[in-house]
Design a protein around this ligand. Sequence first.
Ligand code: GTP
Ligand code: MG
Length: 192
Amino acid sequence: MKKIEFLKPVFTKNDFPKENLHQLILCGRSNVGKSSFINSIFNTKIAKTSSTPGKTRSLNFYKVENKFFIVDLPGFGFAKVSRKERDEWNKLILALLSNYNSIKVAFHIIDSRHSPQESDIELNQFIRQKEIPYFVILNKVDKLNQKEKSESIKRTIEFFPELIVNENLFLFSALNGFGKKEIFNLISKLFL
Ligand SMILES: Nc1nc2c(ncn2[C@@H]2O[C@H](COP(=O)(O)OP(=O)(O)OP(=O)(O)O)[C@@H](O)[C@H]2O)c(=O)[nH]1
Ligand SMILES: [Mg+2]
């Protein structure tokens, strides 16, 4: 398995790592399983997860094989975060995506049981506007049967017609590892 280490939590622009490595950015609504994604893909418990939304409160930088960063972002759409904290996060994420000089790929994680929400649509538009290559990952498919998996794909493509299954749209379960091999191959192809 690949070596992953937790580099540091980032709360302000000045804390961004100086090392100019490529970045895989994990984004999506709170509680969709962004931190669990890291643990599952790298067979580790390095990322803190919680059944209570709002667990990740900083931009958490992980370094993989000394080759690239994975950046685990705080989820959006979490009502209990104060306005001030949310504004700070937004500024920080904007700084990460806009100014920080290195190649980035975004993994937009969505709960496969639900339609994309307004905030997912905004995120999709934002990523596209920044011309960041991105992939959508429908997580928690362990909760779906075959028919529901197909429905989840169909529904997601209705919102984001540019998506094609197994090209830039993947089914995944951090719980039972469904789709893990495909996503691991994708990460290897992109960064390793
Ligand atoms: N059934 C199931 N549960 C999952 C899966 N992935 C994550 N979870 C659960 O969903 C909850 C949220 O997971 P996290 O990984 O903390 O989610 P997050 O997106 O990092 O959340 P924030 O840090 O709040 O943005 C936890 O209770 C996880 O155990 C999955 O594939 N299947
Ligand atoms: Mg998290």
